[in-house]
Design a protein around this ligand. Structure first.
Ligand SMILES: *[C@@H]1O[C@H](CO)[C@@H](O)[C@H](O)[C@H]1NC(C)=O
Ligand SMILES: *[C@@H]1O[C@H](CO)[C@@H](O)[C@H](O)[C@H]1NC(C)=O
Ligand SMILES: *[C@@H]1O[C@H](CO)[C@@H](O)[C@H](O)[C@H]1NC(C)=O
Ligand SMILES: *[C@@H]1O[C@H](CO)[C@@H](O)[C@H](O)[C@H]1NC(C)=O
Ligand SMILES: *[C@@H]1O[C@H](CO)[C@@H](O)[C@H](O)[C@H]1NC(C)=O
Ligand SMILES: *[C@@H]1O[C@H](CO)[C@@H](O)[C@H](O)[C@H]1NC(C)=O
Ligand SMILES: *[C@@H]1O[C@H](CO)[C@@H](O)[C@H](O)[C@H]1NC(C)=O
Ligand SMILES: *[C@@H]1O[C@H](CO)[C@@H](O)[C@H](O)[C@H]1NC(C)=O
Ligand SMILES: *[C@@H]1O[C@H](CO)[C@@H](O)[C@H](O)[C@H]1NC(C)=O
Ligand SMILES: [Cu+2]
Length: 563
């Protein structure tokens, strides 16, 4: 089988340059019946698998995925973290780069993987369906090149953290939209689709990893959960972090990992503990106060092959759910490994943006019959993003069609206030209202954008994982309280900052990101907590074409889904 695949790849070399292959998949999206937590459920899944198939590619490859929608729902698929250089039509977010693939239809995504390697993933990017429509996307270094900047591990293992409802997730979302409130919390978290044997009826639904004493394993950890960040540990073991979001880091040793939805962490783990059974475990990291949340623990089991033991697994001691110092410590300690030839931090900034992020309230909408008074909302610079309904933003941008959006997303919040002072904000309820809009930030090709992301204390503080499509960004600094332009600029790491596609902005704090807009197209930036995305914690970059054909977005593919 492996030989056959190899042969297929070799055949594709012709015409694609040295060591580049075509990786082709067909994704049949449809119903799948699975048993979890003592119940039988119909979920939406790809190719009858949950989680869906892993895509394996090398840097430089071309990926072609034929998405066939046999599910009852409108569908789109996003390739999370892939730059989509000049292929924005393939990015996937609903109504941003395409209209949905309606039931019975199909769409072929075609893109090159250029200048990035590591752990990424794919997921549905429409409504709440990514709860079950997701899988890993692993990019290895091009063969014949440098390889990893660390010794090759004995085995590489995807660890996908997910979130499970004992309900049809579309019903969960619709119920929340109609009421204008928060959706029901989940019933369990999962590791590679399995809740683990601490949950009821789940002894058979427990992920197991067999290890050989003394060998090094690379855990490719992906947080695919909807609305919760996580702490992850393996009892008796420590990790060396070597990459996050498919960007190498300087080695960082820790026994606890904090990971937000949308993020990935590559952790080397040496199987050097006394032979026994050990739990790997994930619990939610809850940064907001006074909320109800799914407080269950998902587990898997690490077993030593050499000396199988019948003893019950040893449980790691987990941090408290609200251990914000541990989360901030992990998030802020990582340093990027900038290798020769890689882009360094751009030093001249063309677009300075200061953007508040947080919750708020908006008038009940026409699709919210059970909403009383005001609906929960979320915003960036007080714009609560409204998705267009007639045409995707990318199509409107490409064809210059007016009336779909405006290019006036503000560089600053409309009101300056003490952003993180809860008592001052509570004394001024007028701050809670937010206004809906489809407002984009237009930037010139190749402009350097710096954005200060400032969390507000409106309706409470919370850590928001902000994800940008189309680019990685450098995380120059992060801190607590209000960002102070004159003192915090001194904290910028311009030498080896983390390079990410999703930054967990500290609860009641700020983070500064910077990137060069060298990929023309329309790129969504949003909170990767699904419920906040629905509430409008979103903005969109509209990046102009450059001066040459190789800096200009090509036309859409022939089967591009329109509305
Ligand atoms: C898929 O499941 C839904 C219920 O969730 C059902 O209404 C629909 O008919 C099923 N579709 C197919 C093709 O089986
Ligand atoms: C991918 O790369 C190949 C070879 O360089 C090029 O011909 C093709 O146009 C690229 N495809 C996309 C979608 O950018
Ligand atoms: C949400 O939770 C409530 C209370 O437990 C329950 O009555 C309702 O059916 C749930 N909604 C869905 C869609 O499962
Ligand atoms: C989880 O929450 C439930 C309901 O509030 C509570 O009874 C239980 O003790 C909590 N469990 C943990 C581990 O915190
Ligand atoms: C927060 O605001 C209150 C009310 O305006 C004020 O009394 C207090 O000093 C502020 N706290 C801080 C830390 O600035
Ligand atoms: C946001 O805009 C609304 C409507 O214009 C306004 O009432 C509110 O005070 C603004 N809030 C903030 C924090 O800017
Ligand atoms: C983009 O900007 C960088 C840094 O200023 C510069 O080196 C590069 O030549 C520019 N590219 C184009 C196509 O303008
Ligand atoms: C911002 O930092 C400067 C320089 O350290 C300091 O003088 C100033 O008081 C700070 N501003 C605020 C609002 O804390
Ligand atoms: C599915 O997508 C089509 C085409 O954009 C749209 O007309 C329809 O309203 C969507 N259906 C739902 C349930 O959102
Ligand atoms: Cu959020």
């Amino acid at each position: 089988m492996a030989r056959l695949l190899l042969l297929v790849c070799v055949l594709f070399f012709v015409g694609y340059g040295v060591n580049a292959a075509v990786v082709e998949h067909t994704f049949n999206v449809g119903n799948l019946t699975v048993q979890r937590l003592c119940e039988s459920r119909i979920i939406t899944a790809v190719n009858g698998k949950f989680p869906g198939p892993t895509i394996h590619a090398h840097e430089g490859d071309t990926v072609i995925v034929h998405v066939i929608n046999n599910s009852p729902y409108n569908m789109t698929i996003h390739w999370h973290g892939i730059f989509q250089l000049l292929s924005g039509w393939a990015d996937g977010p609903d109504m941003i780069t395409q209209c949905p693939v309606v039931p019975g239809n199909r769409y072929t995504h075609k893109f090159n993987i250029t200048g990035q390697e590591g752990t990424l993933w794919w997921h549905s990017h429409i409504s709440i369906l990514r709860a079950t429509v997701y899988g890993a996307l692993i990019i290895r270094p091009r063969s014949g090149t440098h390889g990893y900047p660390f010794p090759k591990p004995y085995k590489e293992v995807p660890i996908m953290i997910g979130e499970w409802w004992n309900a049809n997730v579309v019903d969960v979302e619709n119920e929340a939209i109609q009421s204008g409130g928060a959706p029901n919390i989940s019933d369990a978290f999962t590791i590679n689709g399995q809740p683990g044997d601490l949950c009821r009826c789940s002894s058979k639904h427990t992920y197991k990893l067999e290890v050989v004493q003394g060998k090094t394993y690379m855990l490719r950890i992906i947080n695919a959960a909807l609305n919760n960040q996580h702490f992850y540990k393996v009892a008796g073991h420590t990790f060396t972090i070597v990459a996050v979001d498919a960007s190498y880091t300087m080695p960082y040793t820790t026994d606890v990992i904090a990971i937000a939805p949308g993020q990935t962490v590559d952790a080397l783990m040496v199987a050097n503990a006394p032979p026994a059974n050990y739990y790997m475990a994930a619990i939610p990291y809850i940064s907001a106060a006074n909320i109800i949340f799914d407080n269950t623990t998902t587990t898997g089991i690490v077993r030593y092959k050499s000396s199988p033991s019948k003893a019950p697994p040893i449980m790691p001691s987990m941090p408290a759910f609200n251990d914000t110092p541990t989360a901030n410590q992990f998030y802020s300690s990582l340093l990027g490994l900038i290798k020769p030839g890689m882009q360094t931090v751009p030093l001249d900034v063309d677009e300075h943006m200061f953007v508040t992020i947080g919750l708020g309230l908006a008038p009940c909408g026409p699709n919210q019959p059970k909403c009383q008074g005001q609906a929960l909302a979320a915003s960036m610079n007080n714009v609560s993003f409204q998705f267009p309904t007639k045409m995707s933003l990318l199509e409107a941008h490409y064809k210059n069609i007016p009336g779909i959006y405006t290019s006036d997303f503000p560089n600053n919040p409309p009101i300056t206030f003490d952003y993180t002072n809860a008592s001052a904000i509570a004394a001024n309820p007028a701050l809670q209202s937010t206004a809906k809009g489809t407002r984009l930030k237009r930037v010139k090709y190749n402009a350097t954008v710096e954005m200060v992301l400032q969390n507000t204390a409106i309706l409470g503080i919370e850590n928001h994982p902000m994800h940008l499509h189309g680019y990685n960004f450098f995380v120059l600094a992060q801190g607590l309280g209000n960002y102070n332009a004159s003192s915090d600029v001194k904290k910028y790491n311009l030498v080896h900052p983390q390079l990410r596609n999703t930054v967990a902005v500290p609860a009641g704090g700020w983070a500064v990101i910077r990137f060069r807009a060298d990929n023309p197209g329309v790129w969504i930036m949003h909170c990767h907590l699904d419920v906040h995305l629905t509430w409008g914690l979103v903005t969109v970059f509209e990046v102009e074409n450059g001066p040459t054909p190789s800096t200009t977005l090509p036309p859409p593919p022939p089967d591009y889904p329109t509305c």
